[in-house]
Design a binder for this molecule. Sequence first.
Ligand SMILES: C[S@@+](CC[C@H](N)C(=O)[O-])C[C@H]1O[C@@H](n2cnc3c(N)ncnc32)[C@H](O)[C@@H]1O
Length: 226
Amino acid sequence: MSFQLLFSFFLPVKPFTYLCRKISYPACERNRSFILNVLQEYFNPSQNGHVLEIGSGTGQHISYFANFFPHLKFQPSEYDEYLFNSIEAYAQEVPTKNVRKPVKIDITTDSKTWNLETKLFDYMLNINMMHISPYNCTTRLFQNASEVLKPGGMMITYGPYAHNGIIEPQSNIDFDKGLRRQNPEWGLRDINDLQEIAEAVGMRLVKKHDLPANNKCLIWLKPANE
Ligand SMILES: C[S@@+](CC[C@H](N)C(=O)[O-])C[C@H]1O[C@@H](n2cnc3c(N)ncnc32)[C@H](O)[C@@H]1O
């Protein structure tokens, strides 16, 4: 029996994750290369810049991406501080050393209160958060993105979405129902609603990418000042 398995019988989940560092979500391993392909279309690989991730989770995504963009500095953030150890453990293994220490960000708070070294970002990432958090996390995500992105900056969001009031296929309908049973404030967000939210804060959807497992990457632009 492994050390991890043995001790997991005696410790509750959260304290255990404080001790054992890297946590692995299998979904991240499956989707990260598809998301990377999209990032490679939008992130300028030769220009210096800053990327902020909201809801970094285990830190698997950000550390995987960072290695492909050595000129960019990646700032992970999390609402749940118990994940910081895992985020840092992945970051330490990145050969390009361009992942900063995680900061606590509750997306529903005012971005001016966030403890960030960098104040303006070229890119933002938000993966699998909108449907697994209350709706005000989504509205505040766009509000805050419009404040911390540079003019011309982009936010890339990933997850399953509804579109024109329709959720497809059946597996996403079932997933949505399951989420709402768990928490009535959760559930798949409709791209039309997201466009309205984005436009209200001066941002716009520039592209939808269909990705495997019925997920999408959505590219949101904060237009450059005219
Ligand atoms: C399903 S996890 C996704 C984590 C990671 N991005 C991934 O794909 O593995 C949902 C994430 O949303 C974050 N989240 C929930 N409420 C939040 C809030 N109010 N502010 C910021 N992040 C929040 C959670 O902490 C968690 O990291």
